[in-house]
Design a protein around this ligand. Structure first.
Ligand code: ADP
Ligand code: MG
Length: 726
């Protein structure tokens, strides 16, 4: 009898009556929203007036902060944070492991002169820190004699207070770099991409709005996740080690009935969500919507969109909070893209747009035709950019875990295409077919776009299968995986669109200098881009085989696995893009590529060892016990002259799978050893092509064994138990 499994089920049965606690605040959300953030209100209250004005101006204009202000700001932050109960401060950063990292220091110090205890926060400690970063991935950027990494303050994202248990820490968003300033994280390339795009976009905006002074990129993410009970989670070594189930026969009742989607939220989950929302609101994360998702036990949460830099930090912070708050409720959150085979996976749609300081959303067509040429410009430049660098966008969402989701039955394929809807397709076709020479042409096009804002309300117009869809006033990137750091795809979006806008301006200016009217020149470059980017546009069903075939004919790249998809990071065209935009140096992008490969190798290595252990020390002994019982039974029945053919048949089928499982495990471990002996890309490809197929075979063996073995003996929590026990 499997002790662990049934003990876990008992534990949760008892738990269902209890219900976890959380403190429902008495006040309105607006009264505690942002209370843990050193944002505008706190700065106004705690900074000297002249310092406050300077900081505010710097942040609004997206400029660098004057270093001499660091001490004043540190003093104010310290007072504010200590009033909120903080004892420590930490540089908070986003290394390429995908998680966030913190290095804590105490405000407490001893005064050197008097030996008395004091609290201090030097401006230099706000600005820069030296965490012992030698164990964070760097892809060879740090040689062993200079293994240190440095964190440097990013004033464009506000500091906040993190509560863990009774402890409170002032967290300062930072970038993470080598001694010589090379990037070791997601944030620095992202920040560089932001300044590049914002400048490029502003130059183009100024054709239309002379008084616009700044463009910002906006991001609204949607986070999908699963919840399982802590006891069940702990009884599955694969969930603990890998975040996904490596074995497990599909439940008889899966998601076929669609009865979970938008159904009522179970009470225990509701309490978790409320608790999470309250914490988010204190931290200024503007979460608004929550609902059940398609998979049983799957949920989604989404905030209001924000400036992309802050939105990225908020999503990273959210993933951390989700995990910590789930533990309070004796739940575990699964962020993996595909925790359960045969059940919907989890994504993180990234809604992306650009806005001006004059309040224009650059991807929103207006009812007044005046702004529609501007909309069309940004809309078509984005499509053209994606058509030029689709493989790079694909690479930016590539990971071992997202490989299980992209191309599965419910998620977009690994082929990038752009969906824009029937009406806009008609508009682009009309522009392509028509003339662009006269002001009458320009007016006709502007008028055509008046209808689009009405279409925005029309949800039927949204193709849910598209990896990259225009949804009325923004593009929605649906290929992003639920575990991803949004900075990766956002960096690529900013880079490719920024570069495209720069080229666009060069072409338009050349026509204008040649004597053409500005608006007609803009329209004629747009017309050219529409023809050149046609192959990337697709309005049909992205899930179908027909599309995969057609995409191949169109010459679109289809890299279903990470090791090969990552190649796009180091294509010549990509290196040219990164170096010419100052987003990565040649050395940095190669190092980044290497780290992504290392992450992949590491994940697969852990998975294959976990799988082997579960099979050899869990499944095998349970199955052998059951076989012994069957064999004994056959013996005694045959002594009595009774037919035992059913038992014998099961016994021989079990034995076949057991033998096959054992030999597949040996082959898998052998292949993984060989892969480990290779280097980066070769090693990753070997894991993908030589190791992974055995993992699937072993899973099949194992799932067949599960279907034939005595339920009382089966050692691991079954799918039906994980997903339907609330
Ligand atoms: P739905 O898809 O449910 O109809 P919305 O279209 O309002 O909802 O928004 C979906 C997501 O897109 C939300 O997370 C929202 O914050 C985000 N979003 C809306 N407008 C923008 C924008 N201009 N830039 C970036 N994200 C946006
Ligand atoms: Mg969505």
């Amino acid at each position: 009898m499997s002790m662990t499994r049934f003990a876990a089920i008992d534990t949760i049965q008892n738990r269902l009556d209890q219900g976890a606690d959380y403190l429902e605040p008495n006040e309105k959300i607006s009264s505690y929203y942002g209370s843990h953030v050193f944002g505008d209100d706190a700065m106004k209250a705690y900074l000297k007036e002249d310092v406050y004005l300077k900081v505010k101006a710097t942040i609004q204009n997206g400029q660098k902060l004057d270093k001499s202000l660091a001490q004043d700001i540190a003093d104010a932050m310290k007072v504010w944070a200590m009033e909120k109960g903080a004892t420590h401060y930490a540089h908070w950063f986003q290394p390429l492991t995908g998680k966030t990292a913190e290095k804590h220091d105490s405000f407490f110090n001893l005064d050197l002169g008097t030996g008395k205890a004091i609290e201090e926060f030097p401006g230099s400690a706000l600005a820069q820190q030296e965490p012992d970063g030698s164990s964070f991935p760097g892809g060879g950027l740090r040689s062993t004699f200079e293994a240190r990494g440095y964190t440097a303050w990013d004033p464009s994202s506000p500091a906040f207070i993190l509560e863990v248990g009774e402890g409170r820490t002032l967290c300062i968003p930072t970038i993470f770099v080598t001694y010589s300033g090379q990037t070791l994280d997601y944030k620095l390339p992202f920040l560089r991409s932001i300044s590049y795009l914002e400048k490029a976009a502003l130059d183009v905006v100024n054709y239309f709005e002379k008084d616009a002074k700044r463009v910002t990129t906006t991001l609204g993410w949607e986070q999908e996740y699963f919840l399982v009970d802590e006891a069940l989670f702990n009884a599955r070594p694969d969930l603990v080690m890998c975040g996904r189930t490596l074995i497990g026969k599909h439940s008889v009742k899966g998601q076929q009935l669609d009865d979970h989607y938008f159904g009522s939220i179970p009470e225990r989950v509701y309490m978790y969500m409320r608790d999470l929302e309250i914490e988010c609101h204190k931290l200024g994360i503007p979460v608004r919507t929550r609902h059940n998702e398609v998979g049983p036990g799957q949920y989604e949460l989404a905030p209001m969109f924000e400036e992309a830099n802050v939105a990225i930090d908020h999503n990273q912070l959210l993933m951390d909070l989700m995990d910590r708050i789930a533990r309070r409720h004796k739940l575990r959150v699964l962020l993996h893209e595909k925790p359960f085979d045969g059940v919907n996976g989890s994504g993180k749609h990234n809604n992306w747009s650009m806005a001006t300081d004059t309040g224009t959303n650059l991807l929103k067509p207006g009812k007044e035709p005046g702004k529609n040429l501007q909309f069309l410009t940004f809309f078509v430049n984005t499509i053209k950019a994606v058509s030029m660098h689709a493989p790079l966008l694909r690479a930016s969402v590539a990971s071992a875990s997202n490989d299980h989701r992209l191309g599965a039955n419910e998620a977009p394929p690994a082929i990038v295409s752009v969906f824009i809807g029937e009406y806009l397709t008609g508009v682009l076709d009309a522009i392509e077919a028509g003339d662009t020479e006269s002001s009458a042409d320009v007016k006709r096009v502007k008028d055509l776009l008046k209808v689009v804002p009405n279409l925005e309300q029309d949800n039927t117009d949204r193709n849910r299968t598209s990896p990259f869809a225009f949804t009325g006033n923004k593009f929605e990137i649906r290929m992003v995986g639920s575990t991803a750091n949004c900075a990766a795809p956002m960096t690529i979006m900013n880079a490719i669109v920024g570069k495209q806008l720069v080229e666009f301006k060069v072409s338009v200016d050349a026509l204008v200098n040649g004597g053409q009217d500005e608006q007609a020149a803009i329209l004629s470059v747009i017309k050219q881009y529409i023809s050149e980017s046609k192959a990337i546009r697709f309005e049909g069903d992205n899930y179908s085989q027909a599309w995969a075939d057609e995409a191949a004919e169109r010459g679109l790249e289809n890299s279903p696995n990470t090791p090969r998809a990552l190649d796009a990071y180091v294509y010549d065209s990509s290196v040219e893009l990164f170096t010419s935009t100052n987003i990565f140096t040649n050395e940095e992008i190669h190092a980044h590529h290497e780290v992504m490969l290392e992450n992949y190798i590491l994940k697969l290595n852990i998975e294959c060892r976990t799988l082997s252990e579960m099979c050899m020390t869990g499944v095998m002994p349970a199955v052998v016990d059951y076989m012994n019982a069957l064999a004994e039974n056959v013996n005694s029945l045959e002594k009595l002259g009774i037919n035992a053919s059913a038992q014998k048949d099961i016994l021989s089928r079990i034995s076949e799978h057991l033998n096959s499982m054992k030999s597949n495990i040996e082959s898998m471990l052998d292949a993984s050893e060989k892969a480990d002996a290779m280097h980066h890309r070769d090693s990753a490809i070997a894991y993908c092509e030589n190791v992974k197929p055995y993992m699937e075979k072993i899973r099949n063996n194992c799932d067949s064994l599960e279907s034939m073995t005595d339920d009382r003996e089966w050692p691991f929590i079954k799918y039906r138990e994980m997903m339907f026990v609330r």
